[in-house]
Design a protein around this ligand. Structure first.
Ligand SMILES: Nc1ncnc2c1ncn2[C@@H]1O[C@H](COP(=O)(O)OP(=O)(O)OP(=O)(O)O)[C@@H](O)[C@H]1O
Ligand SMILES: [Mg+2]
Length: 277
């Protein structure tokens, strides 16, 4: 399989395996381990008959624990659709997808929700905060839905970390777009998930606030080994990730800049390791 991905980190920071410290980073080198996420020939078609539209075409990709991966591409290229599929929030039309080594095809919706609970955080492009709950109550939700202690102080602390200490008791409609986005980020991280998907997590933020949120994401990636999969239109945010995947009309491409290393130093390719059914 030709992998449409290149490990930019290997080029820029060879041998810096020390970044993989913490709860979820149990092994030093990403390529030595089973991927935390593996997609094979993933396809998404909506509609039927002559109205059918294929949004994603035969995508292969692997993401290893502790990585940070940017997904970029023009509006309508399929980034949000891909993120929802990878997180098990939407169903594939064709292909195979395994999360934490578990094939999603073997799980019903409840099973997928159980797999995600406490392990996967998701920041939606449109935030999807519950309108009748305060900021704090929204952040508490993942703790209530998983085996974690419902720790109000922990949830409040997350709101402090994203700069919303003065907005804890506000309802979403009383918050600006950027404030809602930061509540959504606090909610995605509160249960200390191993894997966080974030759809344009800084898209509604001014540069200074966006930089602060990005610093927080990459600190968690570095110190806790939280795997990050970020959709972004911001080249600065993408550049901070280990590697970048580019979607073009539903197809994955490596970016020209990702081919900087010569053939002699090409990263180890990840052959399909098989998905058990
Ligand atoms: N349920 C659906 N029915 C029909 N078309 C859909 C459906 N969902 C998504 N699409 C189409 O699929 C394409 C990809 O949508 P998607 O939201 O994934 O794009 P995106 O890359 O996230 O764009 P943006 O950067 O604007 O957020 C778009 O052309 C969209 O109109
Ligand atoms: Mg989108």
């Amino acid at each position: 399989m030709s992998t449409p991905e290149t490990r930019k980190q290997d080029v820029e920071h060879p041998g810096q395996d020390g970044r993989l410290q913490g709860d979820h980073a149990r092994s030093a080198r990403p390529q030595d381990r089973t991927p935390i996420l593996m997609a094979r020939q993933l396809e998404k078609t909506v509609g039927s008959g002559s109205n059918a539209i294929t949004i994603l075409h035969a995508l292969d990709l692997e993401i290893h624990a502790g990585e940070s991966v940017a997904i970029v591409g023009s509006s309508g290229s399929g980034k949000s659709t891909l993120l929802a599929l990878l997180a098990g929030l939407d169903t594939l039309t064709r292909g195979e997808l395994a999360l934490f080594g578990e094939p999603l095809s073997s799980l019903d919706e409840d099973g997928r929700a159980r797999l995600r609970a406490g392990q996967v955080g998701f920041v939606f492009q449109n935030f999807q905060l519950l309108p009748t709950l305060t900021a704090l109550e929204n952040v508490l939700l993942p703790l209530e839905l998983s085996d974690h202690n419902v720790d109000t102080d922990q949830a409040r602390q997350w709101l402090v970390r994203v700069g919303l200490e003065a907005r804890v008791q506000h309802l979403p409609k009383q918050l600006s777009g950027g404030e809602q986005q930061r509540v959504a980020i606090a909610r995605a991280f509160v249960a200390r998930p191993a894997l966080v998907f974030a759809d344009e997590p800084t898209g509604n933020l001014d540069r200074a606030t966006g930089d602060r949120v990005a610093d927080l994401l990459f600190t968690l990636n570095r110190e806790s080994g939280t795997t990050l999969v970020l959709v972004t239109h911001d080249p600065r945010l993408a550049a901070r990730c280990d590697r970048t995947l580019t979607l073009d009309d539903g197809r994955l491409h490596a970016r020209a800049s990702d081919h900087a290393r010569g053939p002699d130093t090409a990263p180890p390719s990840h052959e399909p390791e098989g998905v058990d059914h």
